[in-house]
Design a protein around this ligand. Structure first.
Ligand code: CTP
Length: 399
């Protein structure tokens, strides 16, 4: 059983830390909550004490005989501060010790994770940027806040990432498994492209982006820098990812090829339209009495195949790992092997469409085929689990 210290500082997102606390306790961790005085204005001491089953104080003056300002930090296996305000980041960066949490941060020798939440202006202020850089340099993990609705009617970067995402990262830290993708730049494409017929209509597909987003989140949790090229996805941005939004296959190609130049791995999880209407006018096609005009299709670029060619031409980073996805309905393995060879990628994740799997569902099952002959079966399970296996295989090829 690990000893987790959950530091909570004074932001409106303090209430979300209750859910994070529950995720820790329900997975068997002992949690000591150390709020700041300001955090207690948002969520009171009885809530933290009842949910954690441990005494709670913001002060160094309670239970002095147990020397809590030193002991709590020394005994911790992980300290996670969520939400971390600009103030607590500044204090931690400068080594101030003005309350129990900042004392704990100074005495802890275990991994420390900060999940900042604040208004965009505060997050982007040079002082906060410098403090975050200092903390990262010292080895703390500072998760970039998510983009979305903030306290009032405004929105932007600064939201606390979902408690499940913070928990996932912490669980990996506790298991000592975070760093295998640290320092790696990974490009993931997700979602499904739309090919315009006219300004209001398109040819699209059923891809939800769930698998690509799970890949991005799990890569971030393993320390990677992630560029996520998202085609028509209605999901919240994974905290810390650089998200490039695109619509059509040609836009997706531009974004992926640009980002791939310096990438260590590229994973093409997006469902790319193979064809697009040869013309898509600026005016809406009107319903007329006569028969409708047929839609003439032309081929889209094959982005995955192009990445393989660019690698052969020496235009990508040496050692880059290229991963494709293939949704098949028949002869799944035979079609998969042929596609792997045709596209020139290192790994091809082949999933069978139908039977309640793949599109829009939280579960997936697949077989990963590798160019070196390895074949790994991934049983039906959450898309995060499939993503984890993909990163294990990528990581093994990167090292
Ligand atoms: N893909 C791509 N560019 C395209 C079409 C597909 O990069 N124009 C990528 C997808 O992102 C996926 C992989 O290629 O990673 C396989 O996609 P799939 O649609 O299964 O392959 P196709 O080449 O379209 O093969 P087919 O339609 O014959 O099954």
């Amino acid at each position: 059983m690990s000893q987790v210290v959950l530091g909570v500082s004074g932001g409106i997102a303090a209430y979300k830390a209750c859910e994070l606390l529950r995720l820790f306790t329900e997975s068997g961790h002992a949690v000591r909550v150390v709020p700041t005085r300001e955090a207690l204005r948002f969520v009171g001491e009885p809530t933290w004490a009842a949910l954690s089953g441990n005494p709670v104080s913001a002060e160094v003056w309670d239970g002095v005989h147990e020397v809590p300002h030193v002991r709590i930090g020394q005994e911790a296996d992980l300290v996670v501060v969520a939400p971390a305000t600009a103030d607590v980041l500044a204090k931690a960066a400068h080594g101030l010790a003005s309350d129990l949490l900042t004392n704990t941060l100074l005495t802890a020798r275990c991994p420390v994770v900060f999940a900042p939440a604040m208004h965009t202006e505060m997050w982007e202020h040079p002082a906060t940027r410098a403090n975050v850089a200092t903390l990262r340099e010292r080895g703390s993990l500072v998760i970039d806040p998510a983009v979305g609705r903030l306290t009032g009617a405004d929105s932007g970067r600064g939201r606390l990432p979902e408690p499940t995402e913070i928990f996932e990262l912490c669980a990996r830290v506790l298991a000592g498994r975070t760093t295998d993708l640290a320092g790696r730049h990974i490009v993931v494409s997700a979602g499904g492209t739309r090919e315009a017929i006219d300004p209001v209509r398109f040819i699209g597909n059923r891809s939800s982006g769930l698998q690509g987003y799970a890949l991005a989140r799990t890569a971030l949790a393993r320390g990677a820098r992630v560029t996520l090229v998202a085609a028509n996805v209605a999901l919240p941005d994974p905290a810390g990812a650089e998200v490039v939004r695109v619509e059509s296959a040609r836009e997706l190609r531009e974004a992926v090829v640009t980002a791939a130049d310096a990438a260590d791995a590229v994973v093409m999880a997006a469902a790319v339209a193979d064809f697009r209407p040869s013309v898509s006018g600026d005016s809406k096609i009107k319903k007329t009495a006569r028969e409708p005009d047929p839609i003439h299709l032309v081929k889209n670029p094959d982005i995955l195949a192009e990445l393989g060619e660019r690698r052969r031409d020496g235009l990508l980073k040496p050692g880059v790992v290229i991963v494709g996805f293939a949704a098949e309905t028949d002869d799944v393995l035979a079609n998969g092997r042929a596609k792997l060879a045709r596209k020139g990628c290192d790994l091809l994740v082949v999933n069978q469409v139908g039977a309640g799997l793949a599109f829009g569902t939280p579960d997936n099952a697949a077989v990963v085929l590798a160019a070196d002959g390895e074949q790994v079966e991934i049983p039906r399970g959450p898309k995060e689990a499939l993503a984890g296996t993909v990163w294990d295989l990528v990581s093994a090829r990167l090292s």
